[in-house]
Design a protein around this ligand. Structure first.
Ligand code: PRT
Ligand code: MG
Length: 210
């Protein structure tokens, strides 16, 4: 049995065409079904529906052989048991530093002002600002980061931006891009060895359809 972990919502929707061009068809929609394990047309392949940020954990711990996770999630997750095998170019967005329109970001960087930053992405944020030699105070949040500068809890946020509409609706602007983000196909290292004959064709056909 080959198990693929992915999250519902945008990743599931954008993964379906990739899987189906690799001959793997899932007839259930996780947005309407409450099942967490979905069958496919291939009795040897099943899908696990998990939280986006839990995908690497399922693959790391062997709950799934393959997984589909955003680069944002993977950059926060340190693992020696996972290979990132291919960029699927889906669920694309950018990791951004953003804040209120009147914040003087360039000036703050120049003067090496200590910054208060709210984010779900603490590792990415620490790495980014430490390379710049800027000291930061981190506020860890789990969602709706955009709110934090509006109530003067932080100077800035680090979050994903795709259309930019969420920032705009909250009177915030992007100040600097940290990285381009898209979803990656990941594999458990032990699975790749032990199930090589079953996994490699799936990996190859997904890769050739990206
Ligand atoms: O929602 P949940 O807490 O379960 O987890 P999640 O938010 O991590 O999952 P989900 O399904 O929302 O996102 C899964 C993956 O999609 C992320 O890990 C990213 O790799 C990718 N992705 C692509 C995005 C976006 N685009 C995106 N725009 N993830 C989140 N957003 C959010 C962003 O955080 C912000 O709040 O959308 C808002 C901004 O969107 P715009 O269009 O207004 O700019
Ligand atoms: Mg979400």
């Amino acid at each position: 049995m080959i198990t693929i972990a992915l999250s519902k919502g945008r990743i599931f929707k954008e993964t379906l065409p990739l899987l189906s061009s690799a001959g793997i068809v899932c007839s259930e929609d996780p947005d309407s079904s409450r099942k967490l394990i979905l069958k496919t047309n291939n009795p040897k392949i099943r899908l696990l529906i998990v939280r986006a940020s839990d995908v690497p954990t399922y693959v790391e711990c062997g709950g799934a052989d393959l997984g589909i996770a955003g680069k944002d999630v993977l950059d926060e997750f340190i693992s020696a048991n996972i290979y990132q095998i291919c960029d699927l170019r889906i669920a694309q967005c950018q990791m951004m530093v953003a804040g209120p329109k009147n914040f003087k970001y360039q000036e703050a960087l120049k003067q090496k002002t200590r910054l208060k930053i709210a984010t779900k992405y603490t590792k990415i944020t620490k790495d980014f600002f430490s390379k710049k030699g800027i000291h930061i105070d981190l506020i860890k949040l789990y969602g709706s980061m955009e709110l934090s500068p509006l109530v003067q809890m932080s100077d800035l946020i680090v979050d994903l931006v795709s259309s930019g509409k969420t920032l705009e609706a909250n009177n915030l602007v992007s100040y600097e891009k940290i990285s381009d983000i898209s979803s990656q196909l990941i594999v458990n290292k032990a699975s790749l060895k032990l199930k090589y004959l079953d996994l490699q064709p799936i990996i190859d056909s997904v890769k050739s359809n990206v």
